[in-house]
Design a protein around this ligand. Structure first.
Ligand SMILES: *[C@@H]1O[C@H](CO)[C@@H](O)[C@H](O)[C@H]1NC(C)=O
Ligand SMILES: *[C@@H]1O[C@H](CO)[C@@H](O)[C@H](O)[C@H]1NC(C)=O
Length: 184
């Protein structure tokens, strides 16, 4: 039992220090990052995600840059009961492009790579119901990510220990279009 606990602690330390090596887009510019993004693909080792990933749909994140390099993010997430709207504050921690989001349980969020005009790869280390997990999202300015954006995403997530079979490309949905209430 003691050995098992110790190995869990060591794994946790290893994961935490591996996470610390994840880089942030150099000279991240929150103003250029602002505006509407589609979250078109995700990959995660979170148990809840694994159980629901085949039912998730593409959603939008409308980003506004606020003072001090924080981001104010409005999400519209289609679900079985229509369009769910959520707001979250991404609080800058240290360097630009590096955040935490207490309301979503995101302990460490990094914009790893972005060209601002077409794609972004976002790394998230989070806690949900006491369980720690890693989530990587591919943001796209259009509903179809370019092949280069998809390749950048797929080249990145194995470096934080996420295998390809935990990735899902999110299908489009109309539940949140035009006004965000869905069709009556
Ligand atoms: C995104 O947010 C900005 C600022 O609140 C707003 O002006 C804009 O209309 C929003 N865009 C969409 C597509 O919702
Ligand atoms: C930005 O985030 C920091 C924490 O990183 C917080 O102290 C500050 O109040 C925030 N500023 C705004 C304008 O929300």
């Amino acid at each position: 039992m003691g050995a098992t606990l110790l190995s869990r602690v060591l794994v946790l330390l290893w994961v935490t220090s591996a996470g610390a090596e994840v880089l942030v887009q150099p000279d991240f510019d929150a103003k250029k990052f602002a505006g509407l993004w589609y979250v078109v693909a995700m990959v995660s080792d979170c148990k809840v995600f694994r159980g629901s990933k085949d039912h998730l749909l593409m959603f939008t994140s409308n980003v506004t840059a606020t003072a001090e390099g924080n981001l104010s993010v409005h999400m519209e997430v289609p679900g079985p009961d229509g369009c769910n709207q959520m707001d979250a504050e991404y609080l800058r921690t240290g360097s630009q492009g590096h955040f935490r989001v207490p309301t979503l349980g995101y302990l460490d969020v990094r914009v790893v790579d972005t060209d601002y005009s077409s794609f972004a790869v976002v790394y998230i280390y989070k806690e949900l119901e006491g369980a720690l997990s890693t989530l990587v999202q591919l943001y796209s300015r259009t509903q179809e990510a370019s092949p280069q954006a998809m390749k950048t995403f797929q080249d990145f997530y194995p470096t934080v220990g996420l295998p390809h079979d935990m990735m899902v490309a999110l299908p489009k949905s109309d539940a949140c279009s035009s006004g965000g209430q869905g069709a009556p």
